[in-house]
Design a protein around this ligand. Structure first.
Ligand SMILES: [Zn+2]
Length: 415
């Protein structure tokens, strides 16, 4: 996934004189605008090293395509001499993005502007194990409702992105051999949405989308970030070197199904994936509900579990502290391998921060190498329930407005 190629304010772009990479095309120029509120012609010339005539030609091209809008200068009475310059800005209202963060027991659909800002979202209870037709038929009316209330139609949708709690083939936008998502294996999600929407569709693993949202919004300087999602299951998303790390087959970050059983013969509890002793079979929301039921407390949702923990039910608190230590042990190994600057913990169980984070911190700091934890920060998700939606929208905007994609579309306006 390419991200915006614009540098920091004042940094010449690749392609500027002396960079040795050729000429700044319209797509690169648009990336420059996407990273800033607005720019004047003179500022574009300074940043790119392009001549006035070339800048004018490219700005006209982007304006004609509706990608840039001209802004009249703010005239402050009595200040400055001469006429202030007009500026240009990325047209974030030229269309909308639709995203849906699909979890194990709930989903959240959102409509976003082209900068990736969430304009409105709608949560809904939904069981992912019911299969793609059942789940996506609940997403359809949410998308339609979000479009209608925004005064938009399917023709205004520039891109769709979904996230799911399972392994994903990012290129094909399919779920691959999911441990819990019955019926989703290789299901044609793109083909289904193509019946209504003529736009690109991206599919991402839930924790990866959350990781991207947190990284871009709150930790852009972190470079290496690990997102731990604690919900019904346990998952992780990885940002390494400022990019999403999906692994060779999209299976990176599947921390929930790593084994915690050490001694031979101690197989541990049965997991939803069919193995014994997985991290989530001890510390996932579903496993804690199982253990609470065994202790005579029959709850049906992870939200109810969180409520029990926060109201100091001693059994629930004991389970949360144990889960924190199990998660911390698995996290310590990951920290040793990945050496992240920031670990962000999200998902419903992160709401039981006080009880779960104690064990998590204890194990991470006692079991990781000192060099790996010297500057390590561990935070609760700041985007909270919107982390997935925000990450999906930003990924989608970067995909649609990748410089090469923009250049290709401008060269062939029919596309
Ligand atoms: Zn498992």
């Amino acid at each position: 996934m390419s991200t915006t190629s614009a540098g920091l304010p004042g940094t010449p772009l690749d392609g500027a004189p002396g960079s040795g990479t050729g000429i700044v095309g319209p797509g690169e120029l648009l990336a420059l605008f996407r990273a800033r509120p607005a720019l004047t012609r003179a500022e574009v010339m300074t940043l790119t090293g392009l001549s006035r005539s070339t800048v004018n030609q490219r700005l006209d091209l982007l304006q004609d395509a509706g990608l840039l809008v001209a802004r009249e200068p703010d005239v402050v009475p009595g200040r400055g001499r001469g006429r202030p310059s007009a500026s240009f800005a990325f047209n974030e209202e030229q269309g909308v993005l639709l995203v849906c963060d699909i979890g194990a027991t709930a989903l959240r659909a959102a409509i976003c502007d082209l900068s990736g800002r969430v304009l409105r979202d709608l949560p809904l209870t939904s069981d992912v194990t019911e299969g793609p037709e059942a789940v996506l038929s609940r997403v359809d009316p949410l998308f339609a409702d979000l479009l209608r209330t925004a005064g938009r139609g399917p023709e205004d949708v520039r891109g769709i992105a979904l996230s799911v709690p399972g392994p994903v083939d990012h290129e094909q936008a399919t779920v691959v051999s999911p441990p819990i998502m019955t019926g989703w294996d290789r299901y044609d999600i793109r083909g289904r949405f193509a019946r209504t929407y003529a736009c690109p569709l991206l599919l991402e693993k839930d924790a990866t989308a959350m990781a991207w949202g947190e990284y871009r919004t709150h930790y852009p300087d972190a470079d290496t970030l690990l997102m731990l999602k604690l919900g019904t299951g346990v998952g992780a998303g990885i940002i390494a070197g400022g990019r999403i790390h999906r692994g060779a087959d999209g299976a990176a970050g599947d921390i929930g199904h790593t084994q915690t059983a050490g001694a031979e013969g101690d197989t541990g509890p049965l997991c939803r994936c069919g193995n014994h002793g997985c991290v989530e079979a001890r510390a996932g929301g579903w496993a804690m509900l199982r253990d609470l039921a065994a202790a005579g407390r029959d709850l049906s949702t992870v939200d109810e579990l969180v409520e029990r923990i926060r109201t100091a039910d001693p059994v629930a608190v004991g389970l949360a502290r144990t889960a924190g230590r199990v998660l911390g042990t698995a996290l310590a190994e990951t920290v040793n391998i990945l050496n992240p600057r920031v670990v962000v913990v999200g998902g419903q169980l992160a709401e039981a921060e006080e009880q779960i984070f104690a064990g998590l911190r204890e194990m991470v700091y006692s079991r990781s190498l000192p060099l790996a934890t010297r500057r390590l920060e561990l935070h609760r998700s700041r985007l909270d329930v919107r982390a997935g939606s925000v990450g999906l929208a930003l990924l989608l905007a970067d995909h649609i407005f990748a410089p090469a994609t923009v250049d290709a579309a401008l060269a062939d306006p029919a596309s």
